[in-house]
Design a protein around this ligand. Structure first.
Ligand code: C2E
Ligand code: CA
Ligand code: CA
Length: 595
């Protein structure tokens, strides 16, 4: 054994394992000294031990990066010592290089079976020893790195979903062993992350996430008086802008709630990211271990449900989970699934509500309104299923079906019932459609298919829907206008009621919301308001339709104000096509004679 090659020790090798700790277990003091000398160029910390027992004690003290283990020791052979190392979790992961004399192949096989990482035969050169030591340490560090990657979110350095899951499951198990132990799970979602990420770019988005991560982490570690000794609390990132905190040792959901409020205040402080300053609130859902969970996934799911509830309550707040929240979510899921089926099987149908001239009683239009009879829950109103359809984008196929059927029905009336002749059909557009760049082309396709002309179709849009996609909606409406469609602003008076909106977009019709019509009978102030709206619309060249006329008083008042058109239960309820003709043949006599 000599060390001729020591000068060839390469730099990268040295850098690789500088700060490594090597444990040499050998009862022969001379060999130990030789090994130490050979390893010196690595600049690692080298610790010696003369027996297996001494070696184990040294390893327990500070875990080494690698152990060089002489096969023959006074208190056992290499395989015995390897078994002892494997039996202690903290030591089991340490790679061991067995240093052998003349041992047989069987001995080496037994060493590998007992967990050895490598072996080296005496006599050996320094270069060979260093090469084996370096390669074992390198392999081990890569394994650790991989393990880390599997458990740590690379962007924020926080535990990821997998590690969170393991910690959460461990906390749940602890509750079943220690009756006094309790913890809470907080599900945190940033309220404006997507907007910030989309508008300022992913780099800024990444900075924001890192900043959120460190605010959460610092705040739980340092300031928390409720969880002062909570080294066990975990802040994890699930992905996107979703973070989860396992708050260790909190006695109740309410206490967790006060921690949540403090975190909300911290998260609301402005963020300085590159040259941008951004602000946003967060929403937090909380579940507490006292509800008796046994599965980490169940706890996470319920915390998520509570987080949605916090968003529903207007964001920037926390919500404590209750089972009724889960029922509501389940109900929504049921509805979503059966809505999907209903659309696929064309189980939705349309009713039509007439729009009538208040001047000469003629039939101007019918508005198509979608209906859904659920096989189990019965009739579900559009106010309930349209928002779900919008959230899931099922509204797109649904709206196509509605438009196709409404146009088809209109053409049937045109061809087959000359006495029942609405001038145009009205259909409603959803906000989701207003963000669909293919909307105009698809709509034109349906018109060609059914043979109806654009001027025979009125598209109704509410102001709230417009506001959500102003630019795109403006372009779509302009394109529809160019094609010759009639455009109506729906529900005017229920939202912002911004008059500028009426000028900005190419509307032909203003539909006054039921809320305004209803108020007419309440007194002069309201009457004056409605009168002003009608006059203004006329000045802007818009035709006015009063919606929701329910009484003869309202009808008479509207007529006296010169409101040209109306719609409402007093005139006609929404009806199926088969009922409409019969209604029309008796209509003019009854309602208007009363007026
Ligand atoms: P909307 O477009 O404002 O439709 C008028 C709603 O008012 C209809 O409710 C109609 O039945 C109701 N209504 C009519 N006259 C009266 C009245 O005198 N008194 C009262 N209290 N209500 C009256 P419906 O059918 O429940 O529809 C509600 C909303 O759902 C609609 O409001 C519309 O925004 C949406 N919707 C309905 N069908 C569709 C559709 O096919 N597509 C889209 N995107 N939305 C639809
Ligand atoms: Ca409408
Ligand atoms: Ca309306």
């Amino acid at each position: 054994m000599n060390d001729r090659h020591s000068d060839r020790q390469t730099r990268p090798e040295r850098e690789l394992i500088a700060d490594a700790r090597i444990l040499v277990i050998d009862d022969d003091a001379d060999i130990q000294a030789l090994i130490v000398a050979m390893l010196r160029p690595l600049q690692a910390t080298i610790v010696g031990a003369a027996t297996g027992a001494e070696g184990l004690a040294a390893a327990r003290g500070t875990v080494p990066d690698v152990i060089l283990l002489d096969y023959e020791l006074p208190d056992g052979n290499g395989v015995d010592i390897l078994h002892l190392l494997q039996s202690e979790p903290a030591l089991a992961g340490i790679p061991v290089i067995v240093v052998t004399g003349s041992e047989s192949r069987q001995v080496l096989t037994a060493c590998f079976a007992a967990g050895a990482a490598d072996y080296i035969r005496k006599p050996f050169f320094g270069a060979e020893l260093r090469a084996r030591v370096c390669s074992v340490i390198e392999r081990q560090r890569m394994l650790v790195q991989l393990g880390r990657a599997a458990h740590i979110d690379t962007l924020t350095g926080l535990p990821n979903r997998a590690l969170l899951h393991a910690r959460l499951q461990a906390a749940i198990e602890r509750t079943s062993l220690e009756s006094s132990y309790a913890f809470a799970v907080m599900f945190i979602d940033f309220d404006r992350f997507k907007i910030i990420n989309d508008s300022l770019g992913h780099d800024v988005g990444d900075l924001l996430l890192s900043e959120i991560a460190s605010r959460l982490w610092l705040n739980l570690r340092v300031n928390d008086c409720i969880t002062r000794d909570t080294i066990g609390s975990t802040v994890a990132r699930l992905g996107g802008d979703e973070f989860v905190i396992v708050l260790d040792d909190v006695a109740s959901a309410e206490l967790a709630g006060s921690v949540a409020d403090r975190l909300l205040a911290v998260l609301e402080q402005p963020y300085f990211l590159n040259s941008h300053t951004v602000r946003s609130s967060a929403s937090i859902g909380i579940v507490h271990s006292s509800a008796g969970y046994t599965q980490a996934d169940d706890m996470l799911r319920d915390a998520d449900v509570a987080m949605y509830e916090a968003k529903r309550r207007g964001k920037a707040c926390h919500a404590l989970f209750t089972t009724s929240m889960r029922d509501a979510v389940q109900h929504r899921l049921d509805i979503e699934t059966s809505l999907r089926d209903a659309i696929a099987h064309q189980d939705l149908y349309l009713v039509y509500q007439p729009i009538i001239s208040l001047e000469d009683r003629s039939l101007e239009s019918v508005e198509a309104l979608v209906r859904w009879r659920h096989p189990v829950h019965g009739m579900i109103p559009p106010s309930e299923f349209i928002p779900i359809a919008e959230e899931t984008r099922l509204i797109l196929p649904l709206s196509d079906q509605v438009l196709r059927e409404a146009c088809r029905q209109f053409m049937v009336w045109q061809r087959e019932s000359p006495q029942f002749a609405p001038l145009y059909i009205s259909v409603n557009l959803s906000r989701v459609q207003l963000a669909d760049p293919d909307l105009v082309a698809r709509t034109m396709g349906i018109l060609r298919e059914t043979g109806i002309a654009p001027h025979q179709v009125q598209l109704e849009v509410t102001e709230n829907q417009l506001m959500q996609h102003r630019v795109m909606a403006g372009e779509l409406l302009a394109a529809f206008k160019t094609e010759g469609f009639r455009l109506a602003m729906d529900d005017f008076g229920s939202g912002y009621s911004s008059l500028s909106c009426l000028q900005e977009y190419p509307f032909d019709v203003l539909k006054v919301d039921r809320a305004l019509t209803e108020n007419v009978s309440r007194g002069r102030g309201y009457t004056a308001l409605l009168h002003a709206v009608i006059t203004l619309a006329e000045n802007l060249g818009l035709q006015v339709v009063a919606e929701g006329i329910e009484t003869i008083e309202q009808l008479v008042l509207l007529q006296s104000m010169g409101c040209p058109s109306g719609q409402g239960y007093y005139l006609a309820r929404p009806m199926e096509p088969s009922q409409l003709e019969g209604w029309w043949s008796t209509f003019s006599r009854e309602q208007f004679e009363a007026a």
